[in-house]
Design a protein around this ligand. Structure first.
Ligand SMILES: Cc1cc2nc3c(=O)[nH]c(=O)nc-3n(C[C@H](O)[C@H](O)[C@H](O)COP(=O)(O)O)c2cc1C
Length: 195
């Protein structure tokens, strides 16, 4: 790239982190990430999202157990790569859907809103880039989205304050980087310019 600036560098350097250290992020860092989330664009300026940050280890571990239970009777409904493998992997000893990150941010949104996923994805990318700028690692997790209608998972998310009518869009693992990830090569032929 011939043009260089802090944001472009941040975009290039961000990676999905899949191993974190145990060290918790600071309150200031969490505030900055959540603030970055709510400044994302949203369809019709809806801002109907909810970002629920969990930093309590017992809560995260319990949620992980419910995810493992949920996967037992979950049937992958399309051929998204890896769904079946993740379902099987989830039953193995030591499976942890949030990669044992010390902080998990769950993005949910109001129901029957066609931009629910798009708005939350915009916000999550803000979180990821903000995390990168603060020297933190992050990773997108699909599992809570896949299990959004699982009764056990939903009952617990309701207990945690996520409205029962909300759709669960995604979650983000956040923490200090325990192992660096390598950058996947960019595929050819994904840019088309008409001048
Ligand atoms: C919609 C979406 C879903 C994803 N789901 C997961 C996931 O469930 N678990 C995971 O480890 N990574 C997940 N990722 C991260 C991708 O695997 C990752 O972005 C991709 O391999 C490229 O690597 P990079 O983020 O380091 O550039 C997801 C990313 C997106 C955009």
């Amino acid at each position: 790239m011939s043009i260089n600036n802090e944001i472009l560098n941040c975009i290039h350097e961000r990676r999905s982190t899949r191993r974190f250290t145990d060290k918790q992020i600071s309150s200031e860092q969490l505030d900055a990430l959540l603030d970055a989330a709510i400044w994302a664009p949203s369809g019709g300026n809806s801002q109907s999202w909810l970002f629920t940050a969990i930093q309590k280890r017992e809560v995260l571990l319990h949620l992980n157990e419910l995810v493992r239970e949920g996967f037992q009777h979950w049937i992958p409904d399309d051929d998204y790569p890896g769904k079946q493998a993740i379902k099987e992997h989830s039953q193995k000893e030591g499976y942890n859907f949030y990669r044992e990150a010390p902080t998990l941010i769950i993005a949910s949104n109001r129901p029957n809103y066609e931009n629910a996923m798009a708005d939350c994805a915009m916000a999550l990318q803000n979180i990821f880039l903000a995390a990168q700028s603060l020297g933190l690692g992050s990773c997108y997790n699909n599992q809570l989205h896949w299990l959004r209608d699982d009764p056990g998972v939903r009952a617990y998310l309701l207990e945690l304050g996520i409205p029962k009518e909300h759709t669960i869009c995604s979650s983000a693992s956040i923490g200090f980087i325990g192992a660096e990830s390598t950058a996947p090569i960019r595929k050819e032929g994904t840019i088309h310019i008409i001048r």
